[in-house]
Write a protein that binds this ligand. Structure first.
Ligand code: SAH
Length: 395
């Protein structure tokens, strides 16, 4: 035994044997004395068989597993994991790509690094720990990143304060672990975005929508586009570059709207074709004129954070989509998304189908969308496929 021990109740080893990366507190029979949040622990079946190693946290998800092989967890272990993640992004043609310099290097359970997110924006890395165990490792991870990228990394920012507080109630400060430089210009499929690393939401940008933003370009030419929940104008810039007649970006965050305007001008787009409006989505949709837009994008924040709020979330998606379907011009295109992990694709599609009935419009599904490949889905944890989307044609 290399680390403190966690012993499961009889029969509770089954999900682990199927490589699910979490152990819930209810499955645990006993733990070694003095085991504290963030400690590395080894998990055993009730019969004493080694099953996995992971980070312990005194919460409903008690262990987040990062290996199923009994071994010493050295600095090299973490470096090798990061190197594997890097190799995958290389395979996805995201490394040294002249038209895209931002991508997710580490995506939680999808890269068998549960509790850890690392996003790369040009020569800046942003680390976001969701568990105490990963946060404790921030210096090790920062060193591994420097080893991996060498001179191509100028700054590493730890932006874990919010994510760690939400997940473990621990208060920390965000800080630069090495270098600095808050203002970064990220390039995504040739579109430029100014990223506010320190002040922006999440790590600064929503990289999971890269491929879906690119798809807007296919439909946007000549259209009047409403980008609802626009944040810093990601979908707006793509639509404008693709020849949209007019784009309105609507978001409740005023700073995000200012950045959206900045991003439009950064791409050399005439600002008369774009308006950024800071408003509540629901109110804006209710008050807007019928048929004012022939393309609408709905990319709301997660409506459900846990299973308890799933039912309300599904009703929320249904209500939001109903108004958009009622208001969109005939022959319109609706891009609609859910990023709630606990709402399945089937549930989301059903919520949109209910909205289609309610709206009385004829609706066809053109494409089903998901998260970009640098947000890989852990095949043994279906719920890690969190982003679902539809492109709809509305008559
Ligand atoms: N589509 C964006 C990401 C959207 S994230 C992109 O491609 O980058 C969700 C956004 O919804 C956030 O910017 C948040 O500020 C905004 N938001 C949250 N609640 C809102 C509300 N009630 N009305 C309008 N915007 C809201």
């Amino acid at each position: 035994m290399l680390y403190p021990k966690i012993i499961l109740k009889p029969g509770k080893e089954l999900p682990v044997l199927r490589f699910h990366p979490w152990i819930f507190s209810g499955a645990i029979s006993s733990v070694s004395e003095n085991l504290t949040d963030g400690d590395i622990a080894e998990v055993f079946s009730s019969k004493g068989k080694y099953l996995a190693t992971g980070h312990f946290q005194n919460s409903s998800i008690a262990v987040k597993i990062f290996t199923y092989k009994q071994q010493e967890i050295s600095n090299d272990f973490w470096y090798n994991r990061l190197a594997q993640a890097y190799a995958l992004r290389r395979k996805l043609n995201l490394v040294s790509n002249p038209v895209t310099n931002c991508y997710r290097l580490v995506h939680n359970e999808g890269d068998l690094l549960p509790g850890l997110i690392i996003d790369i924006y040009d020569e800046t890395a942003v680390i976001q720990a969701h568990s105490t165990g990963m946060h404790r490792l921030r210096e090790t991870i920062s060193d591994a990143l420097s080893r991996l990228y060498g001179i191509h990394l100028k700054g590493i920012y730890d932006k874990s304060a919010e994510s760690l507080y939400k997940n473990s109630g621990i208060k920390t400060e965000n800080c630069w672990l090495s270098g600095g430089g808050n203002d970064v210009i990220a390039v995504e499929n040739g579109c430029k975005f100014s990223i506010d690393i320190e002040g922006g939401q999440k790590t600064g940008f929503f990289l999971d929508q890269r491929e879906n933003r690119a798809k807007t370009a296919r439909y946007a030419e000549g259209k009047k586009v409403l980008n609802m929940f626009s944040y810093t104008g990601g979908f707006s810039v793509y639509a404008l570059k693709a020849g949209a007649q007019l784009v309105e970006s609507v978001d409740s965050s005023a700073p995000a709207c200012r950045l959206a305007e900045r991003n439009v001008s950064l791409n050399g787009i005439d600002s008369s074709r774009h308006r950024a409006i800071s408003a509540d989505a629901r109110k804006y949709l209710e008050n807007m004129e019928q048929a004012a837009f022939d393309m609408i994008i709905l990319d709301p924040p997660a409506f459900a954070k846990n299973t308890a709020s799933r039912h309300n979330a599904i009703r929320g998606y249904s209500a939001l989509n109903t108004i958009a379907l009622q208001k969109i011009a005939a022959g319109g295109i609706l891009f609609t998304f859910s990023c709630s992990q606990v709402v399945t694709r089937e549930q989301f599609n059903a919520a949109v189908a209910a909205a289609a009935i309610e709206s009385g419009r004829r609706v066809q599904i053109l494409e089903q969308l998901g998260q970009a490949g640098d947000h890989p889905v852990n095949i043994f944890q279906p719920e890690s496929e969190y982003l679902k989307g539809l492109i709809l044609s509305v008559e």
